[in-house]
Design a protein around this ligand. Structure first.
Ligand code: AMP
Ligand code: MG
Length: 335
């Protein structure tokens, strides 16, 4: 009788597990700090622990390679020596930066580094408003044409310096996703600060829900995207900023003025298969504002889509995302 009782209990538990949508796949969560931000990876499947651990190692490797302030990094050496025999990673990043520079008429420009430094947007520097003279001096060093490549050697002319901060996380999320997939995991969610990469779909085959943060209150959401196998990258002035004399200054610099971009936007989210391009475009579209960005999005609708939140809290969504986006506040589709 006791045995029968145990059997019935076991069968009931099995039913509860099956109908509650739980899979028997193991789930592994990791949280760590890299590239100046908190990162999380959730992966499902029997090899998820090893997959996530390899992905974390890769992100740390790239962090060490791309940090502008770490004296042993490749970027530090390039900026100091003005020439470096570049790794495949740096060449790939430069390719991505160059594509984004061309697509955005220079709004995405890795040679804004002297400006980012002048405004103190390095984690070990103090934020401050630079004088007009300092900004003009830094602006004279900005120019993507100063970057020259000859096979795998990158050279910087005209005193230029570079900073891959606008694409490093996007590049890292693509590499992490590849490693996770190569470890046999087909369902994972990678979140590197504002950069999210959906690997495959959820374990039950449905789309992932990726929230877009409300820029006025980051504990709330402005909307939700439902998608699989895509990168979702958000850039916004709320992510990193400081206040001086009652004015807020953020970390996304307009290379034309040398000042934090003032384009009427609170945030831009870009969705693409290409993580690095999504990262570059979210930064650049934030600089350009809704009108100019809409044209770029329309011309490249087979490569990426975007969700814009304006200073007046209106949400605009490109046509290619209208069926996977939802917001309680409503939204307008960019025609
Ligand atoms: P994100 O958070 O991806 O939008 O990138 C912002 C970071 O990219 C900044 O912290 C800088 O390191 C760098 N950055 C700022 N302005 C630009 C720009 N106009 N083009 C390229 N990189 C930029
Ligand atoms: Mg970016």
């Amino acid at each position: 009788m006791k045995f029968l009782h145990k059997c019935i209990t076991a069968i009931i538990l099995l039913f509860i597990l099956c109908f509650s949508g739980c899979s028997f796949d193991s789930k592994y969560d990791a949280e760590f700090f890299a590239m100046d931000t908190v990162m999380t990876i959730t992966a499902y499947g029997s090899n998820s622990t090893a997959a996530v651990s390899s992905a974390e190692n890769e992100i740390n490797r790239l962090d060490a390679l791309l940090s502008v302030k770490n004296k042993n990094s490749e970027v530090y050496k390039l900026n100091a020596d003005k020439s470096v025999k570049a790794s495949d990673d740096m060449l790939a990043l430069l390719n991505c930066a160059s594509e984004a520079y061309d697509l955005t008429n220079g709004a995405f420009d890795i040679t804004t580094e002297p400006l980012t430094k002048a405004w103190g947007f390095y984690s070990d520097l103090e934020n401050r408003v630079p004088s007009q003279k300092e900004i003009e001096k830094a602006l004279r060093l900005v120019g993507f044409d100063n970057i020259k490549t000859n096979k795998n050697v990158i050279t910087l002319d005209g005193g230029a310096t570079v900073d891959f901060g606008g694409i490093a996380k996007g590049y890292a999320s693509a590499k992490a996703a590849k490693i996770i997939e190569n470890n046999g995991v087909s369902s994972a969610l990678i979140s590197l600060g504002g950069n999210v990469r959906a690997v495959g779909s959820r374990p039950d085959g449905s789309d992932w829900s990726v929230a877009i943060v409300n820029p006025d209150d980051t504990s709330r959401r402005a909307g939700v995207l439902r998608l699989s196998d895509k990168a979702v990258v958000t850039s916004g002035g709320y992510q990193r900023n400081f206040e001086e004399n009652g004015k807020i200054y953020h970390h996304i610099i307009d290379p034309r003025t040398g000042y934090p971009a003032q384009s009427g936007l609170k945030s831009v989210t870009v969705v693409s298969q290409d993580d690095c391009l999504a990262d570059a475009m979210s930064t650049a579209l934030f600089v350009l504002g809704l009108e100019e960005s809409s044209k770029i999005c329309l011309e490249n609708s087979d490569t990426f889509g975007a969700v814009f939140i304006t200073d007046k809290n209106k949400i605009y969504v490109t046509d290619n995302l209208k069926n996977c986006f939802n917001s309680e506040s409503g939204f307008e589709v960019i025609a």
